[in-house]
Design a protein around this ligand. Structure first.
Ligand SMILES: Nc1nc2c(ncn2[C@@H]2O[C@H](COP(=O)(O)OP(=O)(O)OP(=O)(O)O)[C@@H](O)[C@H]2O)c(=O)[nH]1
Ligand SMILES: [Mg+2]
Length: 255
């Protein structure tokens, strides 16, 4: 069976790198084979050693020095350079015998979402075996306004990258029971979210948010948001179940 490719995508600091590592450990502990890929040429110190590291081909610091670019310009140049090297990277990944390929994407979400090069990279690396895991950062998703902003961002990413997507609420260990219950309710019930938004404030900004919310509801962008914690391991099994549902219609992998 071809490997399943899971891309972790989210705003800077949302927990992509930590989750890539934690989910690999969880899968391995369950007896599944999983490998990790770092797609961030600007990653400094990673807390774990990825099996395949794009920095072996392209390093942000070197692109900056060689081309006299600042960090943002260098990120764009590096993204294009990765696309030029993607066939070779793909061959290295294909050399691994694995069930899951877990892909950690750059901190700058707009690079992954808006650059054509990332489509080229995804197509070459994953073909039709790609799936996104969009990470909701609790520091944003805790308020109704922030939750709606996260939904809009997730919908934008999904609009640009039309492959199956699941939504994860990271760092659930930092949230109270009340926060978790409220967010779970919002993810299922737009009226509850609407009413929480009105409780927070009624101003022009709220009007805009409500209109966006209704549009999101209309296009069906809402989906359950799975709370997870890389620190405690909570929710890892739910990520697995959701991914298996997308890839295999819910069939468990043969251990
Ligand atoms: N409490 C808690 N902290 C977490 C968890 N996951 C990540 N963090 C912390 O959140 C911070 C950011 O985590 P990263 O994994 O580096 O996030 P990232 O999305 O890869 O960040 P960039 O690549 O810089 O965009 C770090 O300080 C992590 O230790 C979690 O499940 N619980
Ligand atoms: Mg990271």
């Amino acid at each position: 069976m071809p490997a399943k490719h899971l891309y972790f995508v989210g705003t800077a600091g949302s927990g992509k790198t930590t989750l890539t590592n934690a989910f690999q450990l969880w899968l391995n502990n369950q007896g599944y084979q999983a490998m990790t890929v770092n797609l961030d040429p600007g990653a400094d110190e990673l807390a774990y050693a990825p099996d395949v590291d794009v920095r072996d081909w392209i390093k942000l610091s070197e692109v900056m020095a060689e081309h006299g670019l600042g960090p943002n310009g260098a990120q764009i140049a590096a993204a294009d350079m990765i696309a030029l090297n993607v066939r070779e990277i793909s061959q290295v990944i294909a050399g691994f015998d694995t069930d899951y390929v877990l892909i950690d994407t750059p901190g700058q979400i707009e690079l992954f979402t808006f650059r054509q090069s990332s489509r080229v990279v995804m197509d070459e690396l994953s073909g039709d075996r790609a799936m996104l895991a969009y990470l909701f950062d609790p520091s944003l998703a805790k308020t109704a306004n922030g939750y709606i902003s996260s939904l809009m961002l997730a919908a934008t990413v999904h609009f640009r990258v039309p492959v199956p997507m699941i939504s994860l609420l990271t760092k659930a260990d930092t949230l109270s029971e009340g926060d978790l219950e409220r967010i779970a309710l919002w993810s299922k019930d737009y009226y509850a979210l609407f009413s929480a938004l009105l409780d927070e404030s009624i101003d022009a900004q709220t009007q805009v948010s409500v209109e966006f919310l209704q549009a999101l509801d209309t296009v069906g962008a809402g989906r359950p948001v799975i709370p997870i914690s890389s620190d405690t391991g909570d929710g890892m099994e739910d990520i697995y179940s959701a991914a298996q549902l997308v890839f295999e219609g819910g069939e468990d992998l043969e251990k």
